[in-house]
Design a protein around this ligand. Structure first.
Ligand SMILES: C[S@@+](CC[C@H](N)C(=O)[O-])C[C@H]1O[C@@H](n2cnc3c(N)ncnc32)[C@H](O)[C@@H]1O
Length: 274
């Protein structure tokens, strides 16, 4: 892998910001650099300069770049103990005061998290009355999420996670296997609104009982985490919940005092102040 200088990374981020209005300037430098380096190898660019040139000249290429620069790794029922807490504690708590539940998956990637939620809500008998919005910055990955078609080899891990969540059904009833792919049951996401949304430049667009923003802010620096968390805070009803990834934290951010910790291990917080 070739050595990449910070000045080149800055130049790249500035070009993208000017030309396409996506702002990567506050993404965490080390992982952003790694991704750029991977892209240079993948597309056989000699240096960052040639990458910048290609991005400036071709919007179609920029879309590919966008897909490569973001980390889309995900799985169904990722961190099974989190999903148990969600089902056994958080959702029942919301239902004490609400008949319906609204959820935003911010940074949903290829949708595995959304299908997990739909399965969980279905087994609780509340899927039809729930409102789910699932968003991501990457248009290509959102299309994948909508389709819900995954390599069958991934289903082993998904199934293992589901077993650890102690779901009530046979996991394979939720998909059909064809030509090496698992086609998820479409009815699960009938009422899900999949949309493109950028957490950095995008507006606050609604309020929710639960906001899931897991394993997204890990790729942002502290300044950006602060800004994005303010938007997430605005997007949650008072006494609603925020779930972040296991390696992420609210502790250092400005709005930390507007939340209480509900479950420290599973990184679930409750909004207590506007
Ligand atoms: C590692 S995946 C997390 C998927 C899922 N939430 C999980 O925990 O398994 C991170 C996702 O965040 C998305 N992302 C990165 N920057 C974003 C931004 N500014 N706005 C919205 N989504 C973003 C990426 O495209 C990627 O799909």
């Amino acid at each position: 892998m070739q050595e990449i200088h910070i000045v080149d990374i800055r130049k790249l981020a500035e070009t993208i910001k000017e030309k396409y209005n996506y702002d990567f300037t506050n993404y965490a430098m080390s992982s952003f650099k790694r991704r750029v380096s991977r892209i240079l190898e993948l597309y056989k660019f000699n240096n960052v300069e040639s990458l910048i040139k290609k991005i400036s000249e071709s919007e179609a290429y920029f879309q590919e770049f966008l897909s490569e620069i973001t980390v889309n790794v995900t799985e169904m029922f990722r961190d099974p103990s989190f999903w148990r807490v969600l089902r056994d504690k958080i959702i029942p708590n919301i239902l004490l005061n609400h008949q319906k539940i609204s959820i935003w998956h911010a940074g949903c990637s290829s949708g595995e998290e959304v299908y997990s939620m739909a399965i969980l809500l279905k087994e609780m008998g509340i899927l039809e009355s729930s409102k789910i919005v699932a968003t991501d910055i990457d248009p290509i990955i959102i299309e994948k999420a909508k389709k819900g078609v995954y390599p069958i080899k991934n289903m082993d891990l998904n199934d293992k996670n589901y077993l650890r969540v102690q779901g009530t059904e046979d996991f394979n009833k939720y998909y059909e296997e064809k030509n090496g792919y698992a086609y998820m049951d479409k009815s699960l996401v009938e009422n899900v609104s999949f949309r493109i949304h950028d957490l950095v430049n995008g507006m606050v667009f609604s309020k929710f009982d639960i906001v899931m923003c897991r394993n997204v802010m890990i790729y942002f620096n502290q300044t950006l985490q602060n800004d994005v968390l303010k938007k997430l805070h605005e997007s949650i009803f008072k006494y609603g919940y925020l779930a972040i990834g296991s390696k992420e934290s609210l502790i250092w951010c400005e709005i930390a005092n507007k939340f209480i910790v509900v479950n420290n291990e599973e990184k679930v917080y409750k909004k207590i102040k506007e």
